[in-house]
Design a binder for this molecule. Structure first.
Ligand code: UDP
Ligand code: MG
Length: 312
C-alpha cells in the first residue's frame, strides 16, 4: 500500500488545528487505498498547539509530530517536515484550512498518472487587503524578470510532492530559504490544478507587511544576482555620462574661462551619485549578509521532540 504524508507546519494554531484534523479525517476516510501519515510540525508555538498534537498522536496512530525548539519560520518548519516524512509522497497544507482538503483526491489522481509535483494554483486569493495583493503581484513580476527560473504566480506551498522531489529538497539545506522558488528550481514533472483559496478558519495570519517584505527580498536575493548586475550597468552609464560632461566642461573652460559657479549642479550630481553608491553598497551588503549566514553552517532548524521522544 502506498503511503501518503500530509505535512502541516503549525505556529499558534490551537484554534484551527482540531478543525483541520476533523476535516482532513473526513477526506482521508474516503481514501482507504492509501496508508496515511499526518505529520504536524510545531514551529515553536506559544499556545497549546503542542498539547493538541500530543493528544491527537496518542489517540490516532496516523498522527505524528515534530516539535522544534523555537519558532524558525514556515520555510524551515517545512524542511523539518521533509526530513521526518515517511510517505511515498507528501502533501503540504496550511493548518488554517485555506487549502481545501477536498482537493486531495484530485492531486493523488495526478500523482498516479505519473506527475511528480502537483501544485495548486489559486483562482482567487481569499480575503486579503488590496495593498497586499498589489505588492504580491509586483513582487512576482520583479522576481520573474530577475531570475532565470520560472517562479509561478499565485501558487503557494499547497502541493503534492513525490518522494524524488522530497529527497531533492532535503539536499537543499541553505539557512535562508525561499521554498516556493526551490519547488520550481528542482524541476521534475509538474502538473497544475486550480482551486479557490478560502479564508482562514480561525486564528490570525502570522504575516505582516515587514515579514512579507523580508520574504520578497529573500526570494530575489536567493535566486538571482540580477540586482548586482543592474548596479554595474547603472555605474557604467553614470561613468560614461560623467566622461562626456567632463569633455564638455573642459572645452567650455578653455573658451569662456572659469568663473566659480554651478553650485546647484555640483549639489545635484553629488547627491545623486551618493544615493546610487549607497544603494549599491546596501545591495552588496544584502548578498554579503547571506554569505555570512550560510558560512556559519548551522543546522537549519533544531528539533526537540519527535512523537514523544526527545531528540538527542
Ligand atoms: N506557520 C509556521 N511558522 C511561522 C508562521 C506560519 O509554521 O512562523 C504556518 C502556519 O501555522 C500555517 C502556515 O504556516 O499553517 C501558513 O501561515 P499563515 O496562515 O499565517 O499564512 P498566510 O495564509 O497568511 O500566508
Ligand atoms: Mg493562512
Amino acid at each position: 500500500m502506498k503511503k501518503v504524508t500530509v505535512l502541516v507546519p503549525c505556529y499558534n494554531e490551537e484554534e484551527a488545528l482540531p478543525l483541520f484534523y476533523d476535516r482532513i479525517c473526513q477526506t482521508i476516510s474516503a481514501l482507504q487505498e492509501y496508508e496515511w501519515e499526518l505529520l504536524f510540525v510545531n514551529d515553536g508555538s506559544k499556545d497549546r498547539t503542542l498539547q493538541i498534537m500530543r493528544n491527537l498522536h496518542s489517540r490516532d496512530s496516523r498522527v505524528s509530530y515534530v516539535d522544534l525548539s523555537r519558532n524558525f519560520g514556515k520555510e524551515r518548519a517545512m524542511l523539518a517536515g521533509f526530513d521526518y516524512a515517511g510517505g511515498d509522497c507528501m502533501i503540504i497544507m496550511d493548518a488554517d484550512l485555506q487549502d481545501p482538503p477536498e482537493l486531495i483526491p484530485q492531486m493523488l489522481a495526478c500523482w498516479e498518472e505519473g506527475y511528480e509535483d502537483v501544485y495548486a494554483r489559486r483562482n482567487s486569493r481569499g480575503k486579503e487587503s488590496r495593498l497586499r495583493r498589489f505588492f504580491s503581484l509586483m513582487f512576482y513580476r520583479i522576481l520573474q524578470k530577475t531570475t532565470n527560473i520560472e517562479v509561478l504566480q499565485n501558487v503557494g506551498d499547497f502541493r503534492l510532492l513525490d518522494r524524488c522531489c522530497i529527497d531533492a529538497l532535503k539536499t537543499m539545506r541553505e539557512a535562508e530559504r525561499y521554498t516556493k522558488g526551490m519547488f520550481c528550481w528542482i524541476g521534475f514533472r509538474k502538473k497544475e490544478i486550480v482551486f479557490d483559496r478560502c479564508d482562514r478558519i480561525a486564528g490570525k495570519s502570522s504575516w505582516n507587511f515587514i515579514t512579507l517584505l523580508g520574504l520578497a527580498m529573500e526570494g530575489i536575493t536567493s535566486f538571482s544576482i540580477a540586482p548586482l548586475r543592474i548596479s554595474t550597468f547603472i555605474g557604467t552609464a553614470v561613468s560614461l555620462a560623467a566622461f562626456v560632461y567632463m569633455i564638455f566642461i573642459f572645452i567650455k573652460t578653455l573658451i569662456y574661462g572659469d568663473p566659480v559657479q554651478g553650485f546647484p549642479t555640483i549639489m545635484i550630481v553629488m547627491l545623486f551619485l551618493g544615493g546610487v553608491q549607497l544603494l549599491s553598497i546596501g545591495l552588496l551588503g544584502e548578498y554579503i549578509g547571506r554569505i555570512f549566514n550560510e558560512s556559519k553552517h548551522r543546522p537549519t532548524y533544531i528539533a526537540r521532540e519527535h512523537n514523544g521522544e526527545l531528540i538527542k
